[in-house]
Write a protein that binds this ligand. Sequence first.
Ligand code: G4P
Length: 286
Amino acid sequence: MANINWFPGHMQKARREVAEKIKQVDIVFEVVDARVPESSRNPMLLEMLAQKPMISILNKADLADPNRTKQWIEQYQAAGREAIAIDAQHARRLQQLPQLAEKILADKLAKKRARGIRNPHVRAMCIGIPNVGKSTILNRLVQKNIAVTGNRPGVTKNQQWLKASGNLELLDTPGILWPKFDDQEIGMRLALTGAIAETAFTADEVALWGVAYFQQNYRNVLRKHYGLTDEDVALAPADLIKLLTKKFGYGEEFDRTAVRFNNDVRKGELGRYTLEVPTKAQGNQE
Ligand code: G4P
C-alpha cells in the first residue's frame, strides 16, 4: 500500500485553522458522507470541540443505502448525538437545521435574551473532510452561490458571516480536516466513494476490496448489474475481477476492470450503498 500519511503539513495547518474557527461559533455542523458515516469523520474534530455543541449531517443520503442510514441515525440518537440525514442537492430537509440548532442552543439563547439581546444570532460553521458536501450545504443554507475557497487550508483571508434563515449565521468558509486512516479499511472506504484520490491506493487494491464488500453485502446488485450468475458472484474477488475483465472484452487488462468497477460504484451505477454498518445492526444485514 502507498504512503498513507500524506500532507502531514497541511493537516497540521488545517487543524490549527479549524481550532481557531471553532472558538468563534456557537455550534458546529459536522458534515460526513452518509455512505461512510464513520470513516468520513475526523476524530481530531471531537478533541477540538471541547464543550461545543455539534450536529452531524449525514450528507449524500441520496447515494446511501436508506436502511443503513436509518440505522446510523438511530444509533447516533440513542447515543445522545444530534444527527440528520440529507441530500444537499435537494435540500428540503436542510431547512430543519436552523431550528434544530436553536433548539440545541435554547439555554444559551434564553440567557442572551434575558440580558436584553432581542434576536440573538446563532453562529455556526460546516466542518468536514474534503468532498463531503460542505460548500454545497453552505450555499444552500445561505441560498446563494458564494465563492467558496475550495479544499485548501490557508486561503481564509477576510472571513465573513453569511446570513441563513432564522437567526442563523454561517462562517463563509467551511473548515477542512483531512481524513485520518488509522486502519486501511477506512482508506479503502474513502477511496471507493471517491473521497480520497487513488494516489493513496491503486485502483486494483480498491476494486479488490470493493468487489469483496459488494459480494458480502450487495451480492444481488452485483449479479444484476454485470449479468453474473450465483456461482460467479461466489468466486474469490480476484477471480471475479478476472471474469469481469473477460466479460468486458479487456483481454488481460485487469486494471481497466478495476477502474471501471470503482467508477461504477462512485457514480452510483450499482445503486445505493453504505460501506459500513452501525455496531448494533451488524449481523443483521442482507
Ligand atoms: P466540499 O465542500 O465538502 O469539498 O464538497 P462540495 O460541496 O464541493 O461537494 C463535493 C461534490 O459532491 C460535488 O460534486 C457536489 O455537487 C456533490 N454533492 C454535495 N452534496 C451532495 C449530495 O447530497 N448528494 C450528491 N449526490 N452529491 C452531492 P462535484 O461533481 O465535485 O461537483 P459538481 O458537479 O456539483 O459541480
